[in-house]
Design a protein around this ligand. Structure first.
Ligand code: UTP
Length: 236
């Protein structure tokens, strides 16, 4: 299968890191954090600067599910539980990059400084109604970045859920109208779209590209940043 190459010199890249990479099931994946830290630090030495926006993962899901079992909650209540989970994970990421990170973690994407201290800036969830993909896209727009790399635990976007449908095929490249048809327009707290519908709308209107790639395969991410062949889906 034909692979992609990133046509971009080292600069600022916005990473939307799925919380399930950091907290897959309520336990923190220390092995992932070690590998991710090593990779980011090595790429920083090659000239990359990273905005890292981290999701809530298992922490968000567990809190949302527990609350739902106890009483009836509004979508907004559920989103706030998710938001605070992203902030906890964000603090974890900022802490592990302490030596090279901007001191403050940002929730409000409009407050992210265009010039920050250090090589890494960490952001987390902001307000109900979307996911950290939207925060990442807003920051990218603010910084004039044309690319968001969305890391999750899937290799590609598929024509159907590969866990349920054996005929599901990977999609290597897709345009925004076709992608938006797949994910729809509606936000649901805790929803698991490959890139959230609200973020997709903004990214499409700002003419950005989004790469969906598997964050567990750090060697693949490294290849991407080095301008070599990598696997993933490009939405543009
Ligand atoms: P994310 O959906 O960004 O986390 O935020 P995630 O872990 O990357 O998601 P998956 O499950 O791995 O794909 C978790 C939840 O926090 C709330 C939403 O409810 C979201 O589902 N949230 C997050 C907001 O309401 N607003 C935000 O700005 C961010």
């Amino acid at each position: 299968m034909k692979q992609h190459q990133l046509q971009m010199k080292p600069g600022t890249i916005v990473l939307s890191v799925g919380g399930s990479l950091v907290v897959p099931n309520g336990q923190i994946d220390v092995k992932f954090l070690r590998g991710f830290k090593k990779l980011i630090e090595a790429q920083v030495k090659k000239g990359w600067h990273f905005v890292i926006v981290v999701g809530g993962g298992g922490t968000a899901r567990h809190y949302q599910q527990a609350a739902k079992q106890v009483g009836k909650l509004s979508a907004e209540d559920l989103d706030w539980l998710g938001i605070h989970s992203t902030r906890l994970n964000g603090h974890l990421i900022r802490t592990i990059f302490r030596q090279i990170a901007h001191l403050e973690m940002f929730n409000d994407p409009r407050k992210v400084p265009k010039k920050w201290q250090g090589k890494v800036l960490v952001a987390a969830g902001w307000r109900p109604g979307w996911s950290t993909d939207y925060v990442a896209t807003m920051i990218a727009k603010r910084l004039g970045a044309k690319l968001v790399v969305n890391l999750s635990n899937i290799d590609y976007l598929y024509t159907a859920d590969p866990n349920q449908d054996q005929t599901a095929k990977p999609i290597r490249a897709i345009d925004w109208p076709a992608f938006r048809k797949m994910v729809g327009n509606k936000w649901d707290p805790g929803m698991n779209a490959p890139f959230d519908p609200v973020a997709s709308k903004l990214a499409a209107s700002a003419k950005m590209s989004v790469i969906l790639a598997n964050g567990k395969k750090l060697a693949n991410l490294e290849k991407m940043l080095l301008g070599r062949d990598y696997s993933g889906t490009v939405i543009s």
